[in-house]
Design a protein around this ligand. Structure first.
Ligand code: AMP
Ligand code: MG
Length: 422
């Protein structure tokens, strides 16, 4: 049957929302771990190690002194007491990094500083406290145990020991150990380069003048900072006006330096939804609703010859942020080889009743507290996705499942803790 002129114009049926997990699966099915490279240690902080690191040396590297004192042969001092002190000639001094004396003869002592190599022949260190601190000759008034105050070679780490396992997320203590065995570079997956574009003709850069109808672009900072906090390298491109040609040009200009592109705004049902207009025709892009609040309108896919993953997040700041945490962070972690990809939730007692729309997973801003023993979480502010004041106060997201429309105070909920490393 053909539509006659009298028929009303019927809008296309609205797409059925997909679930949060369905979009996460689509994302994780698309993005790939980035290549591994040897990286300078400081650049590897927070990255997953892509090799097993085996120690090339012993630690300590040589028998060394645990005290400032005198290196001696134990036999020579075994009888020393206050009443019957032992006197030994002092043949020199060994400072840390200044070990000119390498061998000690029986019947002599050498001054030695903490960390300095114990000379061959010596087996024990007498601390200053048990001596008269003599220069030419030393008077020893207490007998150490054999080998006392000597840190033996290889006592801590032996050459060939597995020091840090592949997959370990490198923290300060790992970097300290790697440097201590002489490694200045380690293989890690490189950090993803994330390009962040804000769309909206109403947007102005922080620090510039506002017109009567303009607002500051908070999102590019919010999202670029979130990318950096997730371990990525963020390029904050800033504002692109609501013009599809300008947007497409800006996007293509950025692809050369992007492992991921994140845009905000321009994906809902308005008249100037520039991102959707420019990208929806590509069969490599998906746009549609996700059964969540905030963050219902989403888009994801790949663009360009190199199939760069592109996330088109909604424009409202809270929606943009929660979408980033929910979909972009797992992608960045997959690229970096970090597990788990999706942030785990923790249970907490809800302090106040909340309501939620049916059929959508609501992610309410919350404030998490475990200072009084059992974990609790309090809703922060309202559900409006423009409430950036409240967003900055929140430290967690309260998950209200799709089928739940109300929760009473005291019920246990799942909580996403936003600032906790995982
Ligand atoms: P849109 O999806 O582009 O219609 O944006 C939804 C709402 O978010 C509008 O009120 C926008 O003005 C606002 N918005 C969009 N982008 C930004 C941004 N970068 N910073 C702050 N607010 C924004
Ligand atoms: Mg807009």
């Amino acid at each position: 049957m053909s539509a006659g002129p009298a028929d009303p114009v019927v809008p296309p049926p609205a797409a059925e929302p997909i679930t949060v997990e369905q979009l996460q699966e689509k994302v994780l099915g698309t993005v790939r771990p980035l290549p591994e490279h040897p990286l300078p240690l400081m650049d590897a902080l927070g990255l997953a190690l892509a090799e097993d690191v085996v120690s090339p040396i012993d630690l300590p590297r040589f028998d060394n002194s645990a005290m400032d004192g005198y290196a001696v042969v134990h036999r020579d001092v075994a009888t020393a007491t206050g009443e019957a002190p032992v006197h030994l000639p002092v043949v020199g001094e060994i400072g840390a990094g200044q070990a000119r004396i390498r061998v000690l003869s029986e019947g002599t002592a050498v001054k030695i500083m903490t960390g300095a190599p114990v000379p061959a022949g010596a087996d024990t260190v007498v601390p200053y406290e048990w001596t008269d601190r003599g220069e030419a000759s030393v008077r020893i008034t207490q007998a150490p145990e054999p080998a006392q105050h000597v840190r033996p070679r290889g006592d801590d780490v032996s050459s060939g020991d597995l020091l840090v396992e592949r997959g370990t997320v490198l923290g300060p203590r790992h970097l300290g150990l790697l440097a201590a065995v002489g490694r200045d570079r380690v293989r890690c997956r490189q950090r993803p380069r994330v390009v962040v574009l804000s769309t909206g003709s109403e947007l102005r850069d922080a620090g510039s003048e506002l017109g009567h109808d303009s607002i500051y672009d908070g999102n590019s900072y919010l999202l670029a900072a979130s990318a950096r906090a997730a371990g990525a390298i963020a390029y904050r491109v800033g504002i692109v006006p609501d013009d599809p040609t300008t947007f497409t040009e800006a996007l293509h200009d950025q692809l050369v330096r992007a492992d991921v592109v994140v845009t905000s705004g321009g994906v809902s049902m308005g008249d100037f939804d520039v991102v959707k207009e420019a990208l929806a025709p590509l069969d490599t892009m998906w746009f549609g609703p996700v059964a969540m609040q905030p963050g219902k309108p989403q888009g994801f896919g790949t663009v360009g010859e190199d199939a760069v993953p592109v996330f088109t997040l909604p424009g409202n700041p809270v929606s943009a942020y929660i979408s980033f945490e929910t979909f972009v962070v797992p992608a960045l972690r997959r690229m970096m080889g970090l597990l788990p990809e999706v942030r785990p939730t923790v249970p907490a007692r809800l302090t106040h009743a909340v309501t939620s729309p049916p059929g959508r997973r609501q992610l309410l801003r919350g404030s998490y507290d475990e200072s009084h023993g059992a974990a609790s979480v309090s809703p922060v502010g309202g559900a409006g996705s423009h409430l950036v004041g409240n967003l900055a106060v929140a430290d967690s997201l309260i998950v209200v499942p799709e089928a739940t429309t109300s929760l009473a105070a005291g019920e246990t909920v799942q909580v996403v803790r936003l600032d906790v490393p995982f």
